[in-house]
Design a protein around this ligand. Structure first.
Ligand code: WT7
Length: 571
């Protein structure tokens, strides 16, 4: 098998030629497919749910196929429309207004999705939080966004410092026993009494829809702000890249606390009116294979870290399941190893299509379409309607095969519109007309883009982005830790793992128990994925004269590489 190029396969794809789609492309053509184009009335919740619920041909179609270890449910477009109307009525009753931030902190469940659309229907901005976040992570996000309402569960409530968040007026509890009144609202009781019809709050295309927090190399997590206009690109990439068609059963494995779980776990499938599988519970290769088989999934969007686990789980396991309904697999979040693509072809007889984008970009930008030749190791080519380039630090375009900053000409439909409360940070992403991603890459002569690494200190562990500053800040809150420097260390399965270098305060002994205690401290206060897997005690943490931790130097030490320019190192 020639593994440098994987040819396209016969198929009735929505897009039959990349070149034809790009030629003379205009977003105006895509916009015409939305009802607001005719009516002038905008709301992404309408386009994703109510439009299909109003249509006699689609109202009884299954929108949501929900499966978790203890619950299974099929919900039609009409039912999801009504349930989200009920939530919207409850939010209205408690005075949620257009532009308010309503955060969601709960496991993936039918109530989550009804609430998500309920929030959009009243014109508020949804802020989904990853279920595994611990108190510090929750606090940072609710504080910064000044969310006025939080929808959560009694279990997760323990991690919400309700009384220390002045902006938070109301907490809605899903699945609660009798509650004291005041700040707490009983979701189930309220829904029981709420009307299933609701007058949608129409918004502007540029009105807020969603905030996702993401980590950079410095400071606290940043609120990436997206508007309803993003639906244009969610819909289009769902059609071109995912190749969604009426009869598809689609499954995106990402949690809606991350952008993949909203853009591609909510909007792309439902804007295209297809059946969407949502799976709660933990990951095991067996349970995921079972989901693919049981629901006859036709298109599957997942991450390299999961695919690598499938490869390790072995070929015998694959033979126990039937994947004959699958048409292709898609991947995002970290580099997709060429070996995984080979495995897909050999073991599943399927192509795996890599896609590149970021929380800030809101939707896919560099992709492999089903009609394209795949070059394993490459992320693919830019979607129509965007211009991608490799630029230098001044924003000048570089020629093919030269490494530099992966940049996108600003102005695509799903681009973030702000960093919440932080205009300076937002500005810092741009050089002239270019949005600069922070990824280094090159483009080959045929226009395929090849990822090389991050240009900053951001860590990508199992496809999740972790800011070293957050982990360092948490580490030094531990009574034994004096200073900390945190890096990503290459790991064959997770991409990178988090490694912390620390110095101890006087009087503390470097024991295994202490290191484990420090690790757990981060895990229980911040989140499991941000806890360092390795902690090493050193005599000092290298810093610049201005006091900045030199993580690059720590990384060189770790990897046994030359240390490069250390002229700014403090004495
Ligand atoms: C960073 C963005 C929005 C998708 C989920 C992650 C890395 C993303 C790829 C890819 C190599 C990738 C980049 C990017 N990344 N896709 N196909 N190949 N690296 O979103 O948490 O905002 O992270 O993930 O480094 O900058 P995110």
């Amino acid at each position: 098998m020639d593994m440098t190029k994987v040819p396209t396969r016969q198929g009735n794809y929505n897009v039959t030629s990349y070149e034809e789609l790009r030629e003379g492309f205009d977003w105006e053509h895509v916009k015409k497919e939305f009802s607001w184009y005719q009516t002038g009335k905008v709301n992404a919740a309408y386009e994703a749910i109510d439009k299909h619920a109003e249509n006699p041909q689609t109202k009884d179609k299954v929108a949501l196929l929900y499966s978790s270890p203890d619950r299974e449910e099929s919900i039609t477009f009409e039912q999801l429309s009504k349930r989200s109307n009920q939530v919207a009525n409850v939010l209205k009753k408690y005075h949620v207004e257009k532009g308010d931030r309503v955060f969601l902190f709960m496991p993936r469940s039918p109530e989550f999705y009804a609430s998500f659309f309920g929030i959009l229907k009243v014109g508020a901005i949804a802020g989904p939080l990853f279920e595994a976040f611990m108190e510090q992570a929750v606090r940072d996000r609710l504080e910064d966004s000044e969310a006025t309402m939080l929808i959560t569960t009694p279990d997760l409530l323990e991690r919400v410092p309700v009384n220390e968040l002045p902006a938070l007026k109301q907490v809605v509890l899903v699945g609660a026993e009798d509650l004291e009144t005041g700040k707490y609202i009983n979701f189930d009781k309220e829904i029981e009494n709420a009307s299933a019809s609701f007058d949608m709050e129409w918004v502007d295309l540029e009105d807020g829809m969603l905030i996702h927090y993401t980590s950079g190399s410095t400071g606290k997590p940043k609120g990436v702000y997206h508007v309803h206009n993003a639906m244009i690109q969610h819909y289009a990439t769902g059609k071109w890249v995912i190749d969604l068609k009426n009869d598809d059963v689609y499954w995106c494995t990402a949690d809606p606390g991350w952008v993949t779980g909203t853009s591609y776990g909510i909007f792309a499938p439902w804007l295209n009116g297809v059946t969407n599988v949502i799976r709660g519970g933990r990951f095991t290769p067996e349970s995921w294979y079972e989901t693919l088989d049981k629901y006859n999934v036709t298109i599957w969007y997942t991450a390299p870290t999961a695919l690598r686990k499938f490869v390790s789980a072995g070929e015998e396991l694959v033979k126990q399941y039937d994947f004959s309904s699958l048409r292709h697999i898609m991947s995002v979040g970290e580099p997709l190893n060429p070996e995984v693509i080979t495995w897909g072809l050999r073991v599943l007889d399927l192509r795996i299509h890599d896609t590149w984008w970021m929380t800030e970009t809101g939707a896919m930008l560099i992709v492999n379409l089903p009609c394209m030749e795949v070059r394993p190791g490459s992320m693919g080519k830019p979607i129509p309607g965007i211009e991608a380039a490799i630029v230098d630090n001044e924003g000048n375009k570089l020629p093919p095969n030269q490494m530099g900053n992966l940049a996108i000409k600003k102005g695509w439909p799903s681009m973030m519109r702000a960093i919440w409360n932080n205009p300076g940070k937002y500005e810092s992403y741009f050089i002239n007309e270019w949005y600069v991603s922070g990824d280094s890459a090159y483009m080959d002569e045929d226009g395929y883009f090849w990822f090389q690494g991050r240009l900053d200190d951001v860590i990508n562990t199992s496809g999740e982005r972790v800011g070293p500053f957050e982990v360092e800040s948490k580490l030094i809150e531990h009574k034994a830790v004096s200073e900390a420097g945190v890096i990503g260390k290459p790991d064959p399965e997770r991409g990178e793992i988090i490694k912390a270098f620390i110095t101890l305060n006087p009087g503390y002994e470097a024991t295994d128990e202490l290191l484990e205690d420090i690790r757990l401290f981060v895990k229980t206060d911040l989140s499991a994925h941000a806890a360092p897997r390795e902690i090493e005690i050193t005599d000092s943490i290298p810093k610049t004269r201005s006091g900045k931790i030199m993580r690059r130097l720590l990384k060189s030490w770790e990897l046994g590489l030359p240390t490069g320019d250390t002229s700014t190192l403090e004495e």
